[in-house]
Write a protein that binds this ligand. Structure first.
Ligand code: TXA
Ligand code: MG
Length: 349
């Protein structure tokens, strides 16, 4: 398949939204930026079209997709019930990086829900995503625009690397600013449950509604039970290089990492560290990439996926990362990092 790659600017945006909308209306796949990460969009209510997404990504088909709509009024077409708590959250956080899980109605095909009786919906805030959704007038299924298992793309270059030849069109609309996928919140439960942490944190939700819990499987990653968001059970977000996460607060962590680097280098391995600005100068290794200030969880979240991919470009064999603070969006950053590391970490006191 020939992929058309286009760059959006202020002069051509309306034309590009219309062209993307035409492609979507005729059952094509269009990758575009959202405020979280890039997504691969397709018309959500046609099973045959939705199946093309699974093929393009190489994704297991039991992993359900998020339906992206233009406004909160659209939700009522696809769900059997909108709980009061959901209305409150939609008013507070839409458009934005919050996905809500509703009981679905009969219009939503099984290909979207992976056979579940619920459907995930969000209203993105990115102007390009909104422009395309509005121009198409369609509900758009849009998983992250990576090949299954790879880190989600936050820049168009990474989308092109994964999907050129696999989708009809890639719309380059600049960088996604949050850099991690949306928070997935199940509002069909008595107490709303976070199935995937993201840009809207538990504290932000609790500032609007009285109770929120995390899916217990998120906390106990080693458990064999299936997490409630099917996507959370797969090893995911992983770079090619072997990832080692080291937890600890003291200078011992840096010492440990430098020692491990030396050993890996002796074994002929190329080493890399993804470091905070504060730690950066302390590492003696082949490639050190700076992710942001330890005191700026948003900056760290915004750079994680991009830097994991850059380590692959450097063909690094072992990547060391000191665990980040779990303040604010840091919960989501550490969730993705631990999944990328297959939930393994080393603790240094
Ligand atoms: O930020 C985002 O959400 C991005 C952008 C492109 O919008 N999209 C994204 O989609 O991350 P995807 O397909 O990569 O992740 C969807 C997540 C998966 O973990 C999936 O299992 C979960 O949402 N999910 C979807 N429908 C669900 C449902 N009915 N019940 C539980 N989890 C669901
Ligand atoms: Mg994904």
């Amino acid at each position: 398949m020939k992929t058309k790659i286009v760059h959006v600017n202020e002069l051509n945006n309306e034309d590009i939204y219309e062209e993307a909308a035409m492609t979507l209306r005729s059952g094509g796949l269009v990758a575009f930026p959202t405020e979280t990460v890039y997504g691969i969009g397709a018309y959500a209510m046609d099973s045959a079209v939705v199946k093309k997404i699974y093929v393009a990504k190489g994704r297991p088909s039991d992993n359900p997709l998020i339906v992206h709509v233009g406004s909160k009024e659209d939700v009522y077409q696809y769900v059997s019930e909108v709980p009061e708590v959901a209305k409150t959250l939609m008013d507070a956080f839409w458009p934005g990086p919050l996905t809500l899980i509703f009981k679905k109605n009969g219009t939503v095909p099984e290909a979207i829900t992976g056979g579940l009786d619920t459907v995930a919906i969000r209203v993105p805030s990115h102007p390009v995503a909104r422009g395309i959704i509005h121009a198409s007038g369609l509900p758009i299924a849009a998983p992250s625009a990576n090949l299954s298992g790879k880190p989600s793309p936050t820049i168009a270059k990474h989308v092109i690397e994964d999907l050129e030849g696999r989708v009809d069109m890639i719309v380059d609309g600049g960088d996604s600013d949050i850099g991690l996928e949306s928070t997935v919140l199940d509002v069909t439960q008595k107490i709303p449950m976070i199935l995937r942490p993201g840009g809207i944190t538990k504290e932000m939700l609790l500032s609007i509604i009285p109770e929120v819990v995390y899916d217990p499987h998120l906390m106990n990653a080693a458990s064999d039970e299936t997490p409630r968001a099917p996507g959370m059970k797969y090893r995911h977000y992983a770079p090619e290089g072997n990832l080692e996460v080291i937890r600890g607060s003291g200078a011992g962590v840096i010492e440990y990492i430098n020692h491990a680097i030396e050993k890996a280098n002796k074994d002929g391995l190329k080493t890399g560290v993804i470091a905070t600005r504060e730690d950066h100068a302390h590492y003696r290794c082949d490639i050190v990439l700076t992710i942001g200030s330890k005191d700026d969880p948003g900056e760290i979240a915004g750079n994680l996926f991009r830097l994991l991919r850059e380590m692959d470009e450097h063909e690094v064999d072992v990547i060391f990362i000191r665990a980040f603070s779990e303040e604010a969006i840091g919960t989501a950053t550490m969730n993705r990092l631990m999944k990328a590391a297959g939930n393994r970490y080393i603790s240094i006191e």
